[in-house]
Design a protein around this ligand. Structure first.
Ligand code: HEM
Length: 157
């Protein structure tokens, strides 16, 4: 599988679809999904974007748990994240959560790299992995909120 990363373009509409419930089934339901997210966060903790997250392991684990609950619900499991959003639409809420952080394309690519490393350790139908990956590639674009200007951009010429 190629784990393609498509480029984020500022202001562009992003067309994404939630992962197939077949992925959730294949990963082993709620228990399997929790394991997958645990593996993912172990990688995040050692990654170049670990500084975005709490350095204290207990605080870090709290975020990891919220994120895990989100993915369990998103992928078709029980609605264990529902009450976090205060009645707001799940996708809108997710974008808002990330707006508290300055996330550039580089950080998104690192985040996706952690997810790729996680998925690579799974022996699973490639089509289902691709389906999950597609959601991550697309939705992560909506978490990007910082678009640094290119170094060679000179507004005075
Ligand atoms: C498919 C893409 C993504 C999804 C679905 C996602 C989902 C989530 C969820 C569910 C949470 C926990 C929210 C809560 O507190 O209830 C979270 C927190 C967070 N995510 Fe993401 N995320 C994505 C991409 C990214 C990317 C690309 C970054 C880049 C750095 C990122 C950085 C963070 C940070 C810094 C936090 C909060 C940590 C804190 O509150 O201290 N996320 N994310």
């Amino acid at each position: 599988m190629s784990y393609e990363i498509t480029k984020t373009i500022e202001g562009e509409e992003v067309d994404f679809k939630n992962p197939s419930p077949k992925f959730y089934e294949a990963v082993g339901g709620e228990k399997g999904m929790r394991e997958l997210m645990h593996n993912f966060y172990e990688i995040i903790y050692k990654s170049d974007i670990s500084n975005f997250f709490p350095q204290d392991k207990e605080e870090f684990d709290k975020i990891a748990l919220k994120n895990t609950n989100f993915f369990v619900q998103l992928c078709g499991g029980p609605k264990v994240y529902e009450e976090e959003t205060g009645g707001m639409d799940l996708d809108t809420y997710m974008i808002r959560i990330h707006d508290d952080f300055s996330i550039a394309e580089k950080a998104r690519i690192e985040w996706l790299g952690c997810m790729r490393e996680t998925l690579e350790s799974y022996d699973m139908d490639e089509e289902l992995k691709a389906d999950f990956w597609d959601y991550c590639d697309k939705f992560s674009k909506l978490t990007v909120n910082s678009f640094p200007q290119k170094r060679d951009f000179n507004p005075y010429h």
